[in-house]
Design a protein around this ligand. Structure first.
Ligand code: PLP
Length: 280
């Protein structure tokens, strides 16, 4: 695999990271993952906007323009040698300093890393039967709107899901649904869609934004609002969304069926439009 490392294109296994890189020491950095379907990036500007906003919030100054990020993503696709659908991973850290200290070091240059991979799309069984999930307390910090590489809360949530043989862990904070381990959550009741509003408690997912757009186009009532934890039990449908999981119906939560226990009609309608948007 060819990867990007601070200006060079190198084989992934030749890249060496400094132990003083602040990404390593402090998780002082951000990442992005974008999909490309048959060579075409999906919503690249939205990913770039989210990255640039995060970098500005953390005061990491790369000097890179939106066009520079787009070029990087396209170069990754071009140089990957992969056929078919791909994912591009980008990571930016505050950089490698000369000593360890919490506050921003002076004169440090951000580390920019990117790598391509084959995009693993949701299996057919997820589309026909949906997936199972558990709920788990949201133990993360209070700036979940930033896509930081500090992912330990999500790591532990995802591991708990794996150990229970399910696909995702829906996180709950103060009696409300926040999001999955690496997904946004939607609920449907009586034909109306709801999803937690995009504040500091969740990552503003690009897939989430596309689903909100699609729902509005389709004329389906949709609200961004607080979603109570107990709405998961009374919903007709629950979905999770992300770049890699697309729009996936959750048909069991904590061992109990959601609605009929099958992907519902609102999911079917929204997913059909989503598949169209990604060129399927
Ligand atoms: N929420 C979290 C915590 C995530 O890590 C992700 C993606 O990795 C998402 C939501 C979904 O975001 P997107 O649709 O942009 O992939």
């Amino acid at each position: 695999t060819i990867a990007f490392w601070n200006g060079d294109y190198l084989p992934l296994d030749e890249i060496r990271v400094s132990p003083l890189d602040r990404g390593f020491l402090f998780a002082d950095g951000l990442y992005e993952v974008a999909a490309a379907y048959q060579g075409r990036l999906f919503e690249p500007q939205a990913h770039i906007r989210r990255l640039q906003r995060g970098l500005a919030e953390l005061r990491i100054d790369t000097g890179w323009s939106d066009a520079d990020w787009l070029t990087l993503m396209e170069e990754m696709l071009r140089r990957s040698g992969l056929q078919g659908d791909q994912a591009v991973y980008i990571q930016v850290t505050r950089g490698a300093s000369t000593s360890r200290g919490h506050a921003f070091p002076a004169g440090v240059k951000p580390t920019v890393f990117a790598m391509p991979s084959a995009l693993k799309r949701p299996p057919e069984s997820w589309r026909s039967g949906g997936v199972a999930a558990i709920t788990t307390p949201d133990i993360r910090w209070s700036r979940c709107d930033l896509k930081t590489v500090g992912l330990l809360g999500s790591v532990l949530a995802q591991q708990k899901a794996v150990e229970q043989g399910v696909v995702d862990a829906i996180q709950l904070r103060d009696g409300l649904v926040t999001e999955g381990a690496a997904t946004n959550v939607f609920v449907v009741r009586d034909g109306a869609i709801a999803t937690p509003k995009a504040d500091h408690r969740i990552l503003p997912g690009i897939t989430r934004a596309v689903v909100l757009e699609i729902a509005a186009e389709a004329g389906t009532p949709v609200a961004e609002r607080d979603v109570a934890a107990n709405e998961l039990a009374t919903a007709d449908e629950v979905w999770i969304t992300s770049t890699s999981k697309e729009v996936t119906a959750v048909t069991r939560i904590d061992g109990r069926p959601v609605g009929t226990g099958k992907p519902g009609p609102v999911w079917t309608a929204i997913d059909a439009r989503f598949q169209q948007r990604i060129g399927r």
